[in-house]
Design a protein around this ligand. Structure first.
Ligand code: NI
Length: 185
């Protein structure tokens, strides 16, 4: 397994739609299996919650997504999920704003409106069809990662650029706000 280089915003690979994988050949596709292994290692090394194949210069419809405990308020944690040819059906509910970062846009984050829940289907790495429902933070991660397969980065989904900034600055503001709350309590 290898840790792969992650493309950063500005590289054209991130704007290109990825190609569907031949579903019947998933289990036997050595290059696909190696790509998935390498993506898992790359994501673990980078410390993110999701990764899409175009971010590692592979134009195939493969994503990793997870919702660790403690992320996304009180949403249920979801372990690392591998989806090949993922399809999302977004719930028609009002989109909700939430913070997102991206390994291809290091050091920044922004508030992005996303559907609060969805149904997903696709294939796992053995070629089995999988489907499920996702809510809250995991639904957000899935939407972010599937966007990567269509050449869409989260700033392209943002509605209000006042909520876009460097992690360091936003973290400091939040720490100050928490301290002020403690002083008032
Ligand atoms: Ni991303």
């Amino acid at each position: 397994m290898s840790i792969l280089k992650i493309a950063r915003m500005g590289h054209p690979v991130l704007l290109q739609p990825a190609q569907a994988v031949e579903a019947a050949a998933i289990a036997a596709d050595r290059s696909l299996q190696t790509l998935i292994d390498d993506m898992i290692e790359t994501l673990a090394d980078a410390g993110g919650v999701g990764l899409a194949a175009p971010q590692v210069y592979a134009g195939r419809r493969v994503i990793l997504a997870m919702a660790p405990a403690g992320r996304g308020d009180d949403d249920a944690p979801t372990p690392l999920t591998i989806l090949v040819n993922p399809e999302l059906e977004l719930a028609p509910d009002e989109p909700r704003l939430g913070w997102e970062g991206c390994l291809s846009i290091p050091g920044l984050r922004g508030a992005v409106p996303r559907a609060p829940s969805l149904r997903y289907h696709g294939f796992d790495r053995s070629g089995q069809a999988v489907e499920g429902v996702a809510e809250g933070f995991f639904a957000r991660v899935l939407q972010h990662e599937v966007d990567h397969l269509d050449g869409v980065l989260y700033p392209m989904r943002m509605a209000d650029f006042r909520y876009f900034g460097f992690d360091e600055e936003l973290n400091r503001l939040e720490a100050e706000a928490r301290a002020a709350e403690r002083n008032e309590a």
